[in-house]
Structure formats: C-alpha cells, structure tokens
Design a protein around this ligand. Sequence first.
Ligand SMILES: NC(=O)c1ccc[n+]([C@@H]2O[C@H](COP(=O)([O-])OP(=O)(O)OC[C@H]3O[C@@H](n4cnc5c(N)ncnc54)[C@H](OP(=O)(O)O)[C@@H]3O)[C@@H](O)[C@H]2O)c1
Length: 209
Amino acid sequence: MKVGIIGSGRIGSNVGALLAQAGHEVFYSFSRSEDKLKRLAAEAGDESRWGTPAQAAAFGEVILLSPPYTALDSALQEAGDMAGKIVLDTVNPFTAQGPAYAEGGTAAEAIAGRLPRARLVKAYNHIHYQDIAEQHHAEPPLVAFICGDDPDAKAVGGQLVADTGFYVWDLGELAAARWTEPHGPLFNRPMTQEQAAPIVADLPPLSRA
Ligand SMILES: NC(=O)c1ccc[n+]([C@@H]2O[C@H](COP(=O)([O-])OP(=O)(O)OC[C@H]3O[C@@H](n4cnc5c(N)ncnc54)[C@H](OP(=O)(O)O)[C@@H]3O)[C@@H](O)[C@H]2O)c1
C-alpha cells in the first residue's frame, strides 16, 4: 500500500522503515531537515519518496500521523484535506507541562474531531519507539493495540501494523484510546498476547469508565 508519513521522527522513521521492508511504498514528510527526509527515503528503497505533508497526504492511501502533539496544529494545517483517508494516529498528547488531557480525554477523539472526514485508527502510540525498532517480529510477538470507529479502516490499518511485526489487538471504538494514551493502563507496557489478556479483561466497560 501507499503510506504517507507526516512526522518522520523516532516513530515515523522506524515504522516507515518496517513498512518499506514489508513491501509498502512510503512517503516521508514533516521533518525540519530535508536531508533527513532524503536519507530516510533512500534507506527505505526505490519505492520511497519524500516531500511536504500535503504531498504525503495526497500520496497515501493510509497516512501515518506522527508529529509531536505540540506541532500537531502545523502538521494538520500543512497536510490539508485527508477526507476518506485511513489515518493511523500515533500521537500522545504531551506538552511541556505534561499530558494535555485529564484521564478520560484523548488526543484520538480530539484529532478525529478535527479530521471529521478521515477514518482514524489509533495505533502504535502505546509502544516505545525502541520497542518498535528492536522488538518487531519478536517471538512471541508484542501486542500492538488499535482502536477506531471504522471497522474497514481498522482492518486495513491493522494489517499494516501486523506487517511491521506485531500482534494486533483491536480494543474496539476510538474512545478506547483512553486505555492506550498516557494515563491509560496499557501505555508503554510491552506485552505479549498472553501477558495482555488478564489486563485487558480487567478494563471496565467504556460506558462506565
Ligand atoms: N517516542 C516514542 O517512543 C513514542 C511512542 C509512541 C507514540 N509517540 C508519539 O508519536 C508522535 C511522534 O513521536 P516521536 O517520538 O517520533 O517524535 P519525534 O522523534 O520528536 O519526531 C517528530 C517529527 O515531527 C517533526 N517536526 C516538524 N515540526 C516540528 C516542530 N515544530 N517541533 C518538533 N518536531 C517537529 C520532527 O522533525 P525533525 O525530523 O526535524 O526532528 C520529526 O520528524 C508523538 O505524538 C509522540 O507522542 C512517541
């Protein structure tokens, strides 16, 4: 698939490299360094490209949205319309003062509100970039939780996450991002499927959370 990457830092570059290794075409954007974008595209191989966020958004059938929360406004503004696109949202809402939302509020839902015509899937945000870089295709695999309100988008996005070497676990609706974003019990806690099962089973229903 064609994947436009907006934010080519620790997450964007590592996920991009794994997607390219799995045979997907990647387009890197939204770095402050053109040289870095060129280098990442060269390392990812012949099918890889780099350019502006608007070009990445136009290129991708799927968009990996991975800017820092503090640069989210410019990333979205520069990317422009993502109507109909599947957007893998990796963003954790950290500011200089700490997490931006109290427990319960999520960046996922805030971003979905700003991209009402995109098909948002929360992904990768609970996994430390070093685990993405070093623990992909582990045996047994680490769990990568996803959630979202569009089942078809989750099927496509989830397959991409699986292609990068993780066991994909669908937590359900987008509001489940409250479990994987910074205040949540699944945040930054690398787990196999077996280790995750009792923790997920203990999560209260979202309606009562
Ligand atoms: N780090 C983790 O382990 C981790 C894990 C899961 C999710 N996340 C989330 O995923 C997102 C990306 O995280 P990351 O660790 O990949 O971030 P990062 O390494 O800081 O990369 C951010 C990317 O955005 C670019 N960017 C463009 N304008 C920027 C600006 N004004 N200020 C800062 N960066 C700017 C950076 O440019 P340059 O290339 O010039 O630096 C870089 O390519 C964040 O929302 C984060 O919370 C992070």
